[in-house]
Ligand binder design. Structure first.
Ligand code: PHE
Ligand code: FE
Length: 292
């Protein structure tokens, strides 16, 4: 999301897809994938949810280097009918939603440079593929993502994209799942980051609150550092049911009359898993003296 329609670069199709260019990756770029993969393989067992870990297995996304979308798509489409399409970076909202609504996940075809493994502005192939694609092997999550794409088109036409974008942020990117064995990660922004995988579950700093659709759609978010609040869903099926079972039209209207909720707020109606200390953010976060 984020580019403008008039930004369409030369050589890019009207739907913003490009060839992956698999044969063009250098040895160094494949090594970067393997390094990132190995770091996640260390931290994710016991932290990522089973659905994610099973997806990694099913796609055989084991650290052999940057995956070839053609091979990945054979496995993924057989499982849930989803495919991955390559894009040059962020694409316009309507294009993005149209891909999702047709069970196509747009993934950047480039990889971050070896000297910025931890923090990046624009999602690269490791975030998009390692982070997002394993969950697309789960039939319930696969349906949620498609429904989100359809909902995105509707939100655009109603002028309420901001509220729907918050839902994406706090579920698809930074969602936590409650399980019998404790909280687990399913959000792609977390599972593709070593430091946030640890922070999201282990740090006393962030709030961890029960997911409530309206509440989430009213909550601001930050894009420049670890989250200060994570929302916990009881199951993927719950997420699918509550979002597809609610007509967002009246909901958008109602919340337009209500104030946004600040990032660190805890509301009386929140189910609190963790009341965070916010020590990380208050100490200056990523940019604190000497941390970068
Ligand atoms: N039910 C939503 C609507 O009425 C669509 C939607 C479904 C949005 C699932 C997000 C996720 O607009
Ligand atoms: Fe993402």
């Amino acid at each position: 999301m984020g580019a403008l329609a008039q930004d369409l670069p030369g050589g890019v199709s009207p739907d913003w897809t490009i060839p992956q260019g698999f044969e063009c990756y250098t040895e160094v770029e494949h090594r970067t994938w393997i390094t990132l993969y190995e770091r996640q393989a260390e931290v994710l067992p016991g932290r990522a949810c089973d659905e994610f870990l099973r997806g990694l297995d099913a796609l055989d996304l084991h650290g052999q280097g940057i995956p070839d979308f053609a091979h990945l798509n054979e496995k993924l489409s057989a499982l849930t009918g989803w495919t991955i399409v390559a894009v040059p970076g962020l694409v316009p909202d309507d294009i993005f939603f149209d891909h999702l609504a047709n069970r196509r996940f747009p993934a950047g075809n480039f990889i971050r440079s070896a000297d910025e493994l931890d923090y990046l502005q624009e999602p690269d192939i490791f975030h998009d593929v390692f982070g997002h694609v394993p969950m697309l092997t789960n039939p319930v999550f696969a349906d949620y993502m498609q429904a989100y794409g359809k909902g995105g088109k509707r939100a655009l036409s109603l002028g309420h994209l901001q509220n729907l974008a918050r839902l994406y942020w706090y579920t698809v990117e930074f969602g936590l799942l409650e399980t019998r064995n404790g909280l687990r990660i399913y959000g792609a922004g977390i599972v593709s980051s070593k430091t946030e995988s640890i922070f999201a579950l282990d740090s006393p700093s962030p709030n961890r609150l029960g997911f409530d659709l309206e509440r989430v759609m009213r909550t601001l978010y930050r894009i420049d550092d670890f989250q200060q609040v994570y929302f916990v869903i009881p199951s993927l099926q719950f997420l699918l049911d509550v979002t597809t079972g609610t007509d967002f039209g009246p909901l958008y209207k109602r919340i337009a009359e209500m104030p946004d909720i600040p990032i660190t707020a805890i509301e009386p109606s929140d189910k609190v898993f963790t009341r965070g200390t916010q020590e990380y953010a208050m100490g200056g976060g990523r940019l604190r003296q000497g941390a970068v």
